[in-house]
Design a binder for this molecule. Structure first.
Ligand SMILES: [Zn+2]
Ligand SMILES: [Zn+2]
Length: 201
């Protein structure tokens, strides 16, 4: 069992500011891990699909998911589905099982009505400039609310995951001399170049 409270301080340091969305990601993804009975790992045993899009509120949610699951942008085992929603589907690649956890709309709507959003964020105040006494109650609230009050946890279901081949092959671009992953190479005449250099011919 992973306890999201153990990761709050690290999460805030990694994320860079205090807000309710990152802790929400901690809670939701922890519930997903506990439903699957999986632990945080440093390899790519898990895959997290977040239904977030781009340029909208509460994308901070994804950082909470990264912190607690260990699914990271660098490892490529967290992906956005670009639906503009906040659910996370967590997949255990080995057992091919998954669970989908959704933050409850009512809880998120209530948070949106608080001064943190109304008086600060929606008026363009950066999150690091919001006074602690304004944001701290929201953090405490999301970290301590019972799961059933803030999220919906699906049944565990089968997920037919196929691991794509992982490439270690690479070459040096004949034009710019930069290192390029093999499958991104382009042949131009008798040269093997990167995409940038290929676009110049
Ligand atoms: Zn944030
Ligand atoms: Zn090049």
């Amino acid at each position: 069992m992973i306890n999201p409270k153990d990761w709050l301080e690290f999460g805030q340091k990694f994320h860079g500011h205090k807000c309710p969305a990152m802790p929400n990601g901690l809670r939701v993804a922890a519930a997903a891990m506990n439903a699957l009975g999986v632990e945080r790992t440093g390899d790519s045993a898990l895959l997290a699909l977040v239904d977030l899009g781009e340029d909208h509120c509460a994308t901070c949610f994804a950082d909470g998911v990264q912190v607690i699951t260990g699914c990271t942008m660098g490892k490529g085992n967290i992906k956005k589905t670009h639906k503009g929603k906040w659910a996370v589907t967590l997949i255990d690649k080995k057992t091919k099982r998954a669970v989908r956890v959704t933050p409850k709309a009512e809880a998120m709507m209530a948070t949106k009505e608080t001064p943190f959003f109304k008086e600060y964020r929606e008026k363009g105040v950066p999150p690091t400039q919001v006074p602690d006494e304004v944001v701290e109650p929201l953090v405490t609230n999301v970290m301590n609310a019972p799961e059933e009050a803030i999220m919906t946890i699906s049944e565990v279901f089968d997920y037919d995951y196929q691991e794509p081949p992982h490439s270690f092959a690479s070459f040096v671009c004949d034009d710019c001399g930069e290192m390029v992953v093999e499958k991104y190479g382009r042949i131009v005449g008798d040269k093997k170049v990167c995409i940038d250099c290929a676009s110049k011919y």
